[in-house]
Design a protein around this ligand. Structure first.
Ligand SMILES: Nc1ncnc2c1ncn2[C@@H]1O[C@H](COP(=O)(O)OP(=O)(O)OP(=O)(O)O)[C@@H](O)[C@H]1O
Length: 258
């Protein structure tokens, strides 16, 4: 296979720029010299086998983990130097980070809205309850909602501060196909408003092909491939994104050497 690196459109303002990012655990690199960008209005898929370094990368962008070296800019703000301002432009949703189950949907959105300092919070919550079809669950405790309903609440929470960068770690994992399609449509709507960009991890290649404008393949902490998910498989002699994924996961060294 031929390693090919294409970057996003140069004329699109960047909401995220990551350069030479590295994270070591006990002297062993989990993320090793990763560089990429996410443009405004763009949905970028971060793909890779288990243990590739996706969550570590996302946690560094969220400011949860301190990089060993490298830089992260959210728009023009350096995360290391202007942390609060940079994180105010960001939000995220992940299956492993559920909202407190003993609070109702409204209480959860209110608590997070207060933490984010959202202006006109009542109106913003009403707008999001409407947008994510949650009006009827307003006073229901999050812990009793179905996975699909909880994902919609997590996305509503992630939109509260109108983020410019939205990080989604497997947002549709454990959802039925119809609910997953609905969630994808809402995320596409967010990107189509053209004020924010999305970094999305998923193991569902069908979904990635449908939703992402660009993908990055990560293996052993390095970006091995980058490109359009619809044309990338053909460029590397593979029939589908899934086949390409399997080939990259099995033989990352073949790409690193080429
Ligand atoms: N706190 C930690 N201490 C030591 N090693 C860690 C720690 N966190 C992650 N790692 C290691 O770093 C590597 C990357 O892990 P990471 O969770 O980023 O992978 P991932 O691509 O998100 O995988 P998955 O698809 O399974 O969620 C793995 O080898 C993991 O074991």
């Amino acid at each position: 296979m031929r390693a090919m690196v294409t970057v996003g459109r140069a004329d699109v303002p960047k909401v995220l720029s990551v350069a030479k990012l590295r994270k070591e655990y006990g002297g062993k690199a989990a993320v090793e010299g990763v560089s990429f960008e996410v443009g405004r209005g763009e949905i970028v898929g971060l793909l890779g086998p288990n243990g590739a370094g996706k969550t570590t990368t996302i946690n560094m962008v969220l400011g949860v983990l301190q990089p060993t070296s490298g830089t992260i800019h959210i728009q023009d703000l350096d995360l290391a130097a202007q942390r609060s301002a940079a994180l105010a432009l960001t939000n995220f949703a992940a299956v492993y980070s559920p909202l407190p189950g003993n609070l109702s949907v409204y209480q959860n959105l209110r608590v997070f809205g207060l933490i984010y300092g959202v202006k006109s919070l009542g109106a913003r919550i009403a707008e999001l309850l409407e947008q994510f079809d949650l009006v009827k669950y307003r006073d229901v405790k999050c812990g009793v909602l179905s996975s699909g309903e909880q994902t919609r609440v997590a996305l509503a929470k992630a939109m509260l501060n109108r983020p410019h960068l939205l990080l989604l770690d497997e947002p549709t994992a454990s959802l039925d196909p119809a609910t997953a399609r609905d969630i994808r449509a809402r995320i596409r709507e967010f990107a189509a408003r053209d004020t924010g960009g999305v970094l999305w991890t998923s193991h569902n290649m069908y979904e990635v092909e449908e939703v992402c404008d660009r993908v990055l393949f990560l293996a052993r902490g390095r970006v091995l491939l980058e490109g359009n998910p619809r044309t990338l498989p053909g460029e590397h002699g593979q029939a589908s994104l899934e086949e390409l994924f399997i080939a990259v996961a099995r033989e990352p060294l073949a790409l690193e050497r080429s």
